[in-house]
Design a protein around this ligand. Structure first.
Ligand SMILES: [Ca+2]
Ligand SMILES: [Ca+2]
Ligand SMILES: [Ca+2]
Ligand SMILES: [Ca+2]
Length: 482
């Protein structure tokens, strides 16, 4: 890899940080029409009446506030729009959004941008506006720092109902390969080394038809080949996740996790190089979910990270579950894992209560040399900070958090904590968003010593953008049925 020029490094970090926040912010709006609820059943959410609608927050960026980001989206040629709907069927994946990755797909030393897209909801009537693109898209970073859409020529324009992706070199040939989690069958794309990818899902032996949300590559048996842990959300054979649930004062919205069945997350062992029926090189995987013990604890999984949490030299796995405990799978060094989430204090919050966990950030928040964990949760729960000393510490924000990260945004050596919020449960007076209806994110980036400051996402009806001072990507938002 050629050395990076300083100016490019700055741009790269600016972009990486900005896109990280933007991707984390792809939480779909919860703009629902109560009279249009779908499905033969409603359930009531006890406690919803206790959720007060807070007044819109005061702007948090003053004229002399530091600007960590500059909006370069249009300038750099990134025109991605995240598409869901058309709304009206309460198809729950609409309320989750999708992620993406910054990685160097063509090995030229410059980070490229891959953005996962959702698409049309299965039972939705109506359609998107003509020309709406629903496939995942890949943008190549050009020599001048701008981005060019190379989706079609790369072969990475997966059209599944996308949720997330995990990038790693799975065949040890030096280039980055891509796993995509979908609502429906996931996909594995092998990098051909010439700027193109090919779908090797079936030939590789990977078969995850469930609602995959997040995945991580890690070498759990330390044989030099990356293995795959895939987190799945919920099963709903009865309604296909198109079902509304009742809340306070007859209001309806997307259902919570307990309406559905939890799922088993899956572990695939990398068996090494092989060839497909046509004689082309592939990588073969074998599902080891059961023999590794992962099926002993189903989850409503939204996030997953891998690290050596107990410092024994073997990588472990931590899962954010939208209900119930968050499992911490400690590697037993023999191909099996044991859930020690409760034992190690990361399964529940500070009060011993399970939370609606969505995002996970991993980093050394207190600078003691050990990895700590931040988990974003549902409104009224706040995010949780777990220091890696067995201490659990609730950090914070009274909003429903989705994406989060621990990242040094201002290069001062301290990790900062962006938390992106979005409402899914109606409050006492309806669906007032976190801060009213406008087009900006007001936010103060959180240093390690100020866990508790807030970052608000405000939503418009059709699209969101961050700013002022924030990186910007656009979300096409809902196209409401006519
Ligand atoms: Ca590149
Ligand atoms: Ca590769
Ligand atoms: Ca391995
Ligand atoms: Ca370990």
């Amino acid at each position: 890899m050629p050395p990076l020029r300083p100016s490019r490094i700055a741009l790269r970090w600016l972009l990486a940080g900005g896109v990280a926040i933007a991707l984390l912010a792809v939480a779909v709006p919860y703009l629902v029409e109560p009279e249009r609820h779908f499905g033969p059943e409603e359930v009531t959410s006890p406690g919803a009446d206790k959720v007060e609608c807070e007044p819109p927050p005061e702007p948090m960026l003053s004229a002399d506030s530091p600007r960590y980001f500059t909006d370069v989206t249009d300038k750099l040629g990134i025109d991605f729009e995240h598409v869901v709907g058309p709304l009206g069927t309460y198809f729950m994946p609409e309320s989750v959004g999708a992620g993406g990755a910054l990685f160097d797909y063509d090995s030229d030393g410059d980070l490229d941008l891959y953005l996962v897209n959702c698409g049309k909801s299965p039972k939705a009537t109506g359609d998107f506006a003509p020309g709406t693109r629903t496939e995942n898209r890949l943008f190549r970073q050009e020599a001048n720092g701008t981005f060019r859409d190379v989706t079609a020529e790369s072969g990475l324009g997966d059209t599944g109902y996308g949720m997330g992706c995990a990038v790693a070199d799975i065949d040890n040939d030096g280039d980055a390969d891509v796993y995509i989690t979908n609502y429906g069958p996931d996909r594995l794309y092998l990098n051909n080394g010439d700027g193109t990818f090919r779908d090797i899902t079936a030939a590789s032996g990977i078969d995850n038809p469930d609602w995959g949300t997040c995945a991580v590559w890690f070498d759990y048996d330390r044989d030099g080949r990356l293995d795959l842990f895939v987190v799945n959300y919920a099963d709903d054979p009865k309604y296909g996740h198109s079902i509304a649930c009742g809340f306070y004062q007859g209001r309806v919205s997307y259902c919570g996790p307990l309406k559905f069945q939890p799922t088993v997350d899956r572990l695939y062992h990398n068996e090494g190089p092989a060839t497909d029926d046509g004689g082309r090189a592939i990588v073969r995987f074998r599902e080891v979910t059961h023999e590794a013990g992962i099926d002993t604890h189903p989850t409503w999984g939204f996030g997953v990270v891998s690290a050596d949490f107990n410092r024994d030299g073997w990588p472990d796995v931590y899962v954010a579950s939208d209900a119930g405990m968050n499992p911490l799978w400690i590697n037993q060094q023999d191909g099996t894992f044991k859930n020690e989430g409760g034992l190690r204090g990361v399964a529940f919050n500070q009060r011993g209560t399970p939370e609606g966990s969505m995002g996970i950030a991993l980093g050394d928040a207190d600078g003691d040399g050990h990895l700590d964990i931040v988990v974003s949760n549902l409104e009224t729960e706040g995010a949780s900070l777990f220091r890696n000393l067995g201490e659990g510490a609730a950090a914070t924000r009274p909003h429903t958090g989705w994406g989060t990260a621990l990242i040094d945004l201002d290069h001062d050596g301290n990790l900062d904590l962006p938390l992106v919020n979005g409402r899914v449960v109606p409050c006492r007076h309806g669906f007032a968003p976190h801060g009213g209806r406008s087009d900006r994110v007001g936010g103060r980036l959180c240093r390690r010593d100020c866990l508790g400051t807030r970052t608000h996402l405000r939503r418009s009806r059709q699209r969101w953008r961050s700013g002022p001072g924030g990186h910007q990507l656009r979300d096409a938002g809902p196209r409401l049925p006519e």
